[in-house]
Design a protein around this ligand. Structure first.
Ligand code: 5AD
Ligand code: SF4
Length: 456
């Protein structure tokens, strides 16, 4: 979601004449969009700010100016504390008020110092931001829901992003149409708790995520729909049915479970047991047998015993994940779990994380190996790092590289770049660490045909 938010910030500043640049050295304004989910993410801000402070001083010494803004959830959580610790920061803006960034930048240019906006304004920020979206390529993010009311005991999100809010369906559909007109073929619907989506539909009815997905599937040009991140407790029958009935909905689901131990899940306030998660996955797989799964895990939550951790490994073995993320528990200020004094020793956390990552890696490798030799639809997104290389993704988000110099067919121009934004059947020939090298099947077929004609 920070990627989405950063793009919206850039859009909102373009009327002031700002253009995005990739390096801070030539920039007039640097915005650091931050994450507060784990301590390490938050600490990154201060090392980055140390470097930018020097840049700002050099600029000032040369008679110039560099405006520094800190956005996102660290800005929200630390606010005034951040300004006290880093007084050279000009603007602090939270994730729910960044639509006022242009105004803050103008005030900063007029000489105001230490500006801070970390309110949760009543006026929805999307109204002022969404219509200005610029082209973002073949695959685009679209925020449909924000905030969270679940209050897992380890998590800062309900405090930094605020209460659950669902955008009206008509606004989302309009934004999706706009993105499709700019060339988007794939949309990833975003929300901290995206399947809690219940927005007002065009006729005033309440729409759930499934209804929204069905509608978006009909937007001309959109061929692939994904959503992230969802909560097991909010997967309803309609969403399961959408996985069965909507071909545009990709058969890949990120559904965090966090732990396989019921007592840890209860202490986390997750509102589901390990078996409920197993049964839910069973129902999803009944609806969509080729569904692949991803998840998030936290190891070393306070009070987690060796037996609790074993239960997590058991759950992973039972489900079989195509990929997953695992994190060491990181106490976050203000969350209930941070007050507990039965923390797991760091060395034990490290050992559990390593064991879990090993198992997940094994599962990911075998999922990928099972796809070798298969022909799958790949959506090509952009040129690769090497000449004549194109990169795309399978329905399971696996990156695939093809060498277009091997394909001399009517389907491709000289460079193969006209494949960007198209879905083409591709054979997965070789597996690298996390990606595949593939061959375009249409190309091969056409090539064989030509060769046959020549030899005839
Ligand atoms: N410590 C470690 N991991 C966390 N996550 C959220 N809060 C914490 C924390 N305090 C993880 C969860 C969540 C993912 C986005 O980040 O697994 O699903
Ligand atoms: Fe955080 Fe997700 Fe739990 Fe909400 S559901 S509190 S975002 S971990």
């Amino acid at each position: 979601m920070n990627v989405y938010d950063s793009a919206r910030m850039a859009d909102s500043l373009s009327p002031l004449g700002f253009e995005e640049t990739l390096a801070p050295e030539g920039a007039d304004l640097v915005i650091i969009n931050t994450c507060h989910i784990r301590e390490r993410a938050a600490e990154k801000l201060y090392s980055e700010l140390g470097r930018l402070r020097l840049l700002k001083q050099e600029r000032q010494a040369a008679g110039g100016k560099l405006t520094l803004a800190v956005a996102g959830c660290v800005a929200q959580a630390e606010g005034a504390e951040l300004l006290a610790r880093a007084p050279f920061v000009d603007i602090v803006v939270g994730p729910q008020s960044y639509h006022r960034l242009a105004e803050l930048v103008t005030r900063s240019d007029d000489g105001a110092r230490g500006l801070m906006d970390t309110e949760f304004p009543v006026e929805p920020k999307f109204d002022s931001l969404a219509p200005q979206r610029h082209a973002e390529g073949v695959t685009a993010f679209l925020t449909v829901q924000e905030g969270c009311d679940k209050f897992c005991t380890f998590c800062v999100v309900p405090y930094t992003r605020g209460a659950e809010y669902s955008r009206p369906a008509a606004d989302i559909i309009a934004e999706a149409r706009h993105l499709a007109s700019l060339g988007a073929v794939e949309l990833t619907l975003l929300g901290q708790n995206v399947n809690a989506y219940h927005g007002v539909g065009p006729e005033g009815a309440d729409w759930g995520l499934a209804r929204l997905i069905e509608e978006l599937a009909d937007v001309p040009g959109l061929a692939r729909i994904r959503y992230t991140t969802s909560h097991p407790h909010d997967v309803d029958d309609a969403l399961i049915a959408a996985h069965r009935d909507v071909p545009e909905l990709m058969p890949f689901l990120h559904l965090p479970v966090q732990s396989g131990s019921d007592s840890i899940l209860a202490a986390m306030n997750r509102k589901h047991t390990a078996d409920e998660y197993r049964r839910l996955i069973g129902r999803l797989r009944d609806a969509r047998p080729d569904l692949a799964l991803s998840s998030d895990f936290i190891v070393g939550f306070p009070g987690e015993t060796a037996a609790d951790f074993e239960a997590t490994l058991r759950l992973v073995r039972d489900i079989g994940f195509a990929q997953a993320f695992a994190f060491k528990y990181s106490p976050r200020p203000g969350t209930p779990a941070a007050d507990r004094d039965d923390g797991v020793p760091e060395a034990e956390k490290d050992a559990r994380l390593a064991a879990l990552l090993d198992l997940l890696r094994e599962q990911q490798d075998s999922f990928n190996d099972a796809m070798l030799g298969q022909i799958v639809p790949v959506l090509f997104e952009k040129p690769g790092r090497h000449p004549n290389q194109l990169v795309g993704r399978t329905p399971y988000l696996q990156p695939v590289h093809i060498d277009t110099s091997l394909m001399r067919t009517g389907l491709l121009d000289k460079t193969g770049m006209d494949l960007i934004g198209r879905i083409a059947e591709t054979r997965l020939d070789e597996r690298n660490a996390y990606s595949f090298s593939g061959t375009l099947i249409n190309g091969v077929e056409q090539m064989t045909e030509t060769m046959m004609r020549i030899s005839a």
